[in-house]
Design a protein around this ligand. Structure first.
Ligand code: TYM
Length: 329
């Protein structure tokens, strides 16, 4: 089974990214033929610093390797190294409805945050994402809940292409984890954890040191009740901590509720903090070892891109032929 997922380059990946996505990447290597891309072209759709973008691609590469993504068992590459993505994005624009792009939640959220320019790139972002996925004839896309709508649109684009130009693309489906698909901000548990939050106080970064993690969990917003039960409407803070503990321990939220029945918030938060520290510490340590070897990281990405290009270019030959673009094949 072909698995594909993409992740934006930043050195500030958080617990939501880790639980919702990165750990499914590691798992995907066992279940299928997995391909993962660090999507630097997507990162250019909002204001950014070019030198920093280069660095953050390497940060993200080191982080994925530290988490257990293994280039011997999957393909790991930088999106911009495989030019087929941008060409396919353009061609897919012809079967993408403007109205569908207008409905994308992420476009609405991100465009509202831009101070200087809402770029056309930000609008077309989901088409580039569809190109990433469809270029590899992907069956399964492991993502967090916030990417659900983008994967739905990818399916729609693939269907419309197949209808218009003949069977070309596999129709992919998302794989969204049952627990941890939407980790919330610890300070504002009704918003998802995100590095664009106004403050870092509610965002646990994968690279936070143990004391920072302990402080953030200790200060997490909870409600005035005392029960440790999941009720996202009335108790969003406690529900989020239950979800986090369940995810890092790999148990169900019900098991967490049963374990902490009758115990206080203080004790519960301490257990959450220690579990998260224990979960992330090995990743951070491994990251520190891997990150300095920039030549090695670049080599990994280059070798990955060579393998990815082989697959994507075969798809492009089919797409060009179907669309009547270029010389007769
Ligand atoms: P990105 O880089 O924002 O996020 C990477 C992954 O982390 C998941 N995620 C979360 N999961 C749980 N709780 C959260 N609070 C949380 N925040 C983020 C995201 O769902 C994602 O899976 N558009 C994508 C990148 C992309 C892509 C692709 C993904 C580009 N092309 C092709 C899949 C297939 C993005 O911005 O992810």
């Amino acid at each position: 089974m072909r698995i594909f997922s993409g992740i934006q380059p930043t050195g500030r990946k958080h617990l939501g990214n880790y639980i919702g996505a990165i750990r499914q990447y590691v798992d995907g290597q066992e279940r299928g033929d997995a391909i993962y891309s660090i999507v630097d072209l997507h990162a250019t759709t909002v204001s950014y610093d070019p030198a920093e973008l280069r660095r953050t691609v390497l940060d993200t590469t080191a982080m994925l390797l530290a988490a257990g993504v293994d280039p011997e068992r999957c393909i790991l590459f930088r999106q911009s190294d495989v030019h087929e993505h941008t060409e396919l994005c353009w061609l897919l624009c012809s079967v993408t409805a403007h109205g569908d792009l207008n409905r994308m939640h992420q476009f609405k959220e991100k465009s509202a945050r831009q101070r200087e320019l809402v770029s056309a790139g930000l609008f077309v972002y989901p088409v580039l994402m569809a190109a990433d996925i469809l270029a590899y004839q992907t069956e399964e896309v492991p993502v967090g809940d916030d990417q659900r709508q983008h994967v739905e649109l990818t399916r729609e684009i693939a269907r419309r292409f197949n209808e218009r130009f003949g069977e070309t693309f596999v129709i992919p489906r998302h794989r969204i984890p049952e627990v941890g698909a939407r980790i919330m901000d610890l300070q504002e548990p009704t918003s998802k954890m995100s590095t664009t939050a106004p403050s870092d106080a509610g965002v646990i970064l994968v690279l936070d040191d143990p004391d920072t993690i302990r402080t953030k969990v200790k200060r997490a917003v909870t409600d005035t009740g005392r029960e440790i039960v999941r009720d996202p409407e009335r108790k969003p803070g406690i529900s989020n901590l239950i979800e986090i503990l369940a995810a890092v321990r790999d148990v169900s939220p019900q098991q967490v509720e049963a374990e902490f029945e009758g115990r206080g918030y203080g004790e519960f938060k301490q257990a959450v903090a220690e579990a998260v520290v224990e979960y992330l510490a090995p990743v951070r340590e491994r990251y520190e070892e891997l990150r300095p070897d920039e030549a090695g990281l670049e080599r990994t990405l280059r070798e990955g891109a060579d393998k990815a290009r082989e697959i994507a270019s075969a798809t492009m030959r089919q797409v060009r032929a179907a669309m009547g673009v270029g010389p007769t094949p």
